[in-house]
Design a protein around this ligand. Structure first.
Ligand code: RB5
Length: 143
């Protein structure tokens, strides 16, 4: 699996921990920044990650900002992106089963690394249900 990852300063620390964690698995990661805790604007990192996923250059995207809100709003502006601000494992699971979400957004100031790891594991390993009603609903988003 290939993953594009990015954050602003509020998500930088968690992004770095996530990168190390995922490198243990059979996952190829490209980091789109930011590269420090210096203040920056989340859209500058969330938008490129979302574009890369929408173009199918990566299987999934993971974005982190302070709350998860800014990166979710930004990513969802890109056609073909279904981004979820997943704050627990149940939301992560449902976002895959029902929403076929392709970008996971996390709040670095609200989640511990331990919580984030569990959310990521569920999100990466849960397939889309392919149920007719969910396929229909997702099609309507693009229409
Ligand atoms: C930055 O202070 C903060 O606003 C940002 O990381 C994010 O939480 C926005 O939604």
């Amino acid at each position: 699996m290939t993953i594009a990852i990015g954050s602003d300063h509020g998500g930088f620390k968690l992004k770095e921990e996530i990168k190390k964690y995922l490198l243990k698995d059979n996952v190829e990661i490209k980091d789109f920044g930011t590269n420090s805790e210096e203040s920056c604007d989340y859209a500058d990192f969330a938008y490129p990650v979302a574009l890369e996923v929408a173009k199918n250059n990566f299987d999934r995207g993971i974005l982190v900002c302070g709350s998860g809100v800014g990166v979710t709003i930004t990513a969802n502006r890109v056609k073909g992106i279904r981004a979820v601000n997943a704050y627990n494992e149940d939301i992560a699971k449902q976002s895959r089963e029902h929403g076929d979400c392709n970008v996971l957004c996390l709040g670095g100031r609200y989640l511990s690394f331990n919580q984030a790891k569990k959310i990521i594991d569920v999100w990466l390993n849960t397939p889309f249900s392919n149920d007719e009603r969910h396929v229909r609903r997702i099609k309507k988003i693009d229409q």
